[in-house]
Design a protein around this ligand. Structure first.
Ligand SMILES: [Zn+2]
Length: 329
């Protein structure tokens, strides 16, 4: 397993190891597709590698089992708990299931000295579940280590944040990005185009390249944001008209909302990590913070309406008109 990009996160992990103070709870933050799970696997290997070196050898039994997600002492509770929770026969609440899981972690690990618990989607867990987890990480057992994964910091409780060491996972630079694309069979010219589009987000670019034609909503969303940044209402309308179903409009508005939020962050001097950097950068240089904020609020309102609106074409036209209104007011 070769890791492309993510140099700052890897350097931090190596610093922790070298200083002999490896945090017992880490939180990897970054956009979807950026490679948080790759870094989480790498970290789990740092614990489980049997070669005894400073970096995981990626060849021993421990490393291989981590890579295949079959190591008995590396557990991924969230997807498992969600699956149990979804079964209609299960009368337990999500919180009870999380408590059951925590209780199971008081038993010593199977194979070695440590158990690694990889908690995905920390930012999507309810306040109640986060509070349940808090007790768990506040009183750590010497054989448990925690790796949390989240896209956004905001929904995470301050009390939880104060107990974990957060590490931002950055997009790849163009050299690393191109190598990763080459490994996916993508040529240099296309890789450059994808780099511009996804600002070094390898996962998002690879998915787009594979399913691009199906991702009409993504293409539409990017074209809409470009047209708004350029003040071209007709192009914006054309882009909206490529969205043929309610689901497409819904998904596109979700992305557009993200891009507006990123543009507002950029405008306030916060560098946004993640995909769509081209569009958010474009908007932040063409529009004022007030206009971007109005655009964002309008996109959120339309996003909420997209569930209920019966006529897709009319609604698409309305979206275009009201976003332009918001931008120009
Ligand atoms: Zn190894």
């Amino acid at each position: 397993m070769r890791i492309y990009g993510k140099k700052r996160a890897l350097a931090k992990l190596n610093d922790f190891r070298r200083s002999g103070r490896f945090p017992h709870a880490l939180l990897f933050l970054g956009a979807k597709g950026i490679g948080k799970h790759v870094i989480a696997d790498h970290t789990a290997m740092m614990y489980m590698c049997e070669s005894g070196g400073d970096v995981p050898c990626m060849r021993c039994n421990g490393c291989r089992r981590v890579a295949e997600h079959i190591h008995p002492d590396v557990v991924y509770p969230v997807p498992v708990i969600e699956e149990i929770f979804r079964k209609p026969s299960n009368s337990k609440s999500m919180v009870e299931l999380v408590r059951d899981f925590i209780a199971s972690c008081y038993i010593r690990p199977n194979d070695g000295d440590v158990r690694v618990i990889v908690f995905e989607k920390l930012d999507e867990l309810s306040v109640q579940i986060q509070n349940t987890l808090l007790k768990f990480i506040e009183e750590p057992l010497d054989f448990n280590r925690y790796i949390f994964i989240a896209e956004n910091r905001t929904p995470i409780l301050q009390t939880v944040l104060s107990r974990v060491t957060a590490v931002d996972v950055d997009p790849a630079d163009e050299a690393d990005f191109s190598e990763a694309m080459a490994e996916n069979g993508i040529d240099a010219a296309r890789a450059h185009e994808l780099f511009e589009m996804f600002a070094g987000n390898i996962g998002a670019a690879a998915e787009f390249d594979k399913n691009g034609d199906e991702l009409i909503y993504l293409k539409g969303a990017l074209a809409i944001c470009d047209a708004i940044a350029d003040g071209k209402e007709f192009e914006c309308l054309q882009a909206f008209m490529t969205l043929k179903t309610r689901d497409d409009i819904f998904a596109a508005l979700g992305i557009i909302t993200d891009i507006f939020a990123q543009a507002a962050a950029l405008k306030s001097g916060v560098s946004a990590s993640g995909a769509y950097k081209k569009q958010s950068g474009h908007l932040s240089s063409s529009h004022s913070l007030a206009a971007i904020t109005r655009l964002h609020d309008e996109a959120v309102r339309l996003y909420g309406m997209s569930f209920t609106n019966p006529n897709v074409k009319l609604f698409a036209a309305e979206c275009c008109g009201s976003l332009f209104n918001a931008a120009e007011k």
